[in-house]
Design a protein. Structure first.
Length: 167
């Protein structure tokens, strides 16, 4: 009886195909927006780097024209500081590259689980079952002797999927 109730509970977490397709598209859109934001950030960094390069070039011209050793030293210090800033921007530009993994590599297992948590539960593997419980439920599931399983608190992904299906 209890096992049957729990199986039904796990099966109830499975979203409809349409709901899951919509959620997957939303994840993919968010991934695309993040990639677009990374490109915008790279453009800003390039613009700042080019601005610094022009300023450095202008200061170098002033150093060549300067007669005062004090003025030359001040220009050199300023150029050195700007060169360090430019190097930092270059490093940021290199680190703002493409993601290390594709969308599929990052979210394949998560989406498989969200599409059918009961499948992981019914695998019979104790470690997989514990993982399924932790991923699906925010708290321990309570049981009332005369009433059966209480309504459990699910984790955020299942709350979101449930909220979409209600709307």
């Amino acid at each position: 009886m209890l096992e049957g109730e729990f199986d039904a509970l796990m099966q109830s977490l499975t979203p409809s195909d349409d709901m899951f397709t919509m959620a997957s598209k939303m994840f993919r859109d968010a991934w695309g927006q993040r990639a677009g934001q990374m490109e915008a950030d790279k453009r800003l960094i390039r613009t700042e780097r080019n601005r610094l390069a022009k300023q450095i070039e202008g200061l170098l011209d002033r150093v060549v024209d300067a007669d005062s050793p004090t003025l030359i030293t001040a220009y050199e210090k300023r150029i050195e500081k700007m060169e360090r800033e430019k190097l930092i921007l270059e490093e940021k530009l290199q680190n703002k590259g493409k993601p290390l993994h594709t969308f599929e590599q990052m979210f394949e297992h998560a989406l498989q689980f969200l599409s059918n948590p009961w499948k992981l539960w019914k695998s019979g593997n104790l470690i997989a079952q514990r993982t399924a419980l932790r991923l699906a439920f925010a708290e321990q599931i309570t049981f009332a002797r005369n009433e059966g399983l209480r309504t459990p608190k699910t984790t955020l992904p299942f709350k979101v999927l449930e909220g979409f299906s209600c709307q």
